[in-house]
Unconditional design. Structure first.
Ligand SMILES: NC(=O)N[C@@H](CC(=O)O)C(=O)O
Length: 425
């Protein structure tokens, strides 16, 4: 394994420094470093961040390899600056057994571009009726710690309580897709003035908020860890803020698209903007940004949801919800937060690594740490081209948009997975 000498990188946006990567770790950080035989990477003007960690990625394998595979999703992740992603369980078959999570884990290792950490389903087949084999998945080679029925809500409070009790034993976490299904039957978009105007059935904010309110109480009662997926409303931010103030063990994520886009996008009837939970109002967007800044929302997670053309290029009502995220997350967050590098590192690397229990990730870029990092050119703006993305699917809501921040290089345990903006496999 060749040593790598990164010259002149601004760690977390600070003063230029050199980083020597050796044997999978950062061997040295300093100025004027030299290393015989090392491959030199000129990082003048580039910002170094710990490799990003995505707690919410849909990789679609097994089952929908036409939309994404573990390999293609891993390429997209590396190009987005990620060194670890957590793969959601709504595959086909569902990742509700040790066998399936081990398969996804192995596929991730074979791809070798990011660490793929499978998430296990909470209930068998995501059907919300009985608990899946949580213990078997936790004890498997994939060492599952996050369980989620994402795409569906664990709506039955008794089942949710049992799941929280079960994972408490090994400090696992239930990642809830908060959507009271009885309040969203037939829903197509956010319930509000735009849905009324377009005549589309609405998905009211209270469908999310009522489940989060219930779940923080359940988590408090059980003393277990709850993680709230893709928070999308101002009311949800308030509930989580109050729960945290009371000491409830709750963490939360927001997606880049909920930080930027609003429900007016549906006026185009372009299903690329159809997503679950739906795009909301500008008031919600502002509250989510505030929640992200003040730490009520712990992390940014992509909810990367690739869909094949036939599932997206159709009538709004028939289109599947979901949008791509991995390759555009950092640029969108940079656009929203500005160059607050330490905050970005916290919300996109350190905190997600902590929540997921991924010890090798989200570390400070200091001597001795695993060499998982990414180099970003903050000054280059680029235009998002759906067919130019590495994902097998093209359903990005940012097509044609010019965004700041280009990922120049990514390193996984000292091995370049992206160099010069090009994936290495
Ligand atoms: N977030 C989405 O809009 N879609 C997700 C599942 C889901 O949460 O509905 C998907 O798997 O496509």
């Amino acid at each position: 394994m060749t040593d790598i000498l990164i010259k002149g990188a601004r760690v977390l946006g600070g003063e230029p420094a050199d980083l020597l990567l050796r044997d999978g770790r950062i061997a040295e950080v300093g100025t004027g470093l030299t290393a015989e035989g090392a491959e030199v990477v000129d990082a003048t003007g580039l910002v170094a961040l710990p490799g990003l960690v995505d707690l919410h990625t849909h990789l679609r394998e097994p089952g929908r390899e036409d939309a994404e595979t573990v390999y293609t999703g891993s390429r997209a992740a590396a190009l987005g600056g990620y060194t670890a992603v957590c793969a959601m369980a709504n595959t086909s078959p569902v990742a509700d057994t040790a066998g399936v999570v081990e398969q996804v884990y192995r596929l991730g290792q074979e791809a070798g571009l990011v660490d793929v950490q499978p998430i296990g389903a909470v209930t068998v087949g995501l059907a919300g009726e009985r608990l899946a084999e949580l213990g078997a998945m936790a004890d498997s080679a994939a060492r599952v710690r996050i369980f989620s029925d994402d795409g569906f809500c664990v709506a039955d409070p008794r089942l949710m309580r049992r799941a929280l009790e079960y994972v408490k034993a090994f400090d696992g976490v239930i990642a809830q897709h908060a959507e009271e299904p009885r309040l969203t039957q037939g829903a197509q978009m956010h319930e509000g003035d735009v849905s009324a105007k377009l005549g589309l059935t609405g998905w009211p904010a209270v469908a999310e908020e009522s489940i989060i309110a219930r779940d923080v109480l359940l988590a408090e009662h059980v003393g277990a860890r709850l993680h709230v997926c893709h928070v999308s409303t101002a009311g949800s931010v308030d509930i989580i803020r109050a729960a945290k103030a009371r000491g409830v063990r709750v963490t939360a994520e927001v997606t880049p698209h909920h930080l930027l886009l609003t429900h007016e996008k549906a006026e185009s009837y372009d299903p690329v903007y159809k997503v679950n939970p739906p795009l909301r109002t500008n008031t919600d967007v502002q509250a989510l940004r505030e929640g992200l800044r003040d730490g009520t929302i712990d992390i940014v997670a992509t909810d990367h949801a690739p869909h094949a053309a036939e599932d997206k290029e159709c009538e709004w009502a028939h289109a599947r919800p979901g949008m791509l995220g991995l390759e555009t997350a950092l640029p969108i967050v940079l656009d929203v937060l500005g160059e607050q590098w330490d905050l970005i590192a916290e919300r996109m690397s350190r905190a997600p690594a902590r929540i997921a229990g991924l010890d090798g990730h989200g570390n400070d870029l200091v001597a001795g740490a695993p060499a998982n990092l990414t180099l970003i050119d903050p000054t280059t703006r680029w235009t998002v081209e759906p067919t130019g993305l590495a994902s097998l699917s093209h359903n990005t809501p940012y097509a044609g948009m010019t965004v700041p921040g280009r990922i120049v290089a990514t390193f996984l345990r000292g091995v370049p997975t992206v160099l010069d903006g090009k994936v290495q496999k």
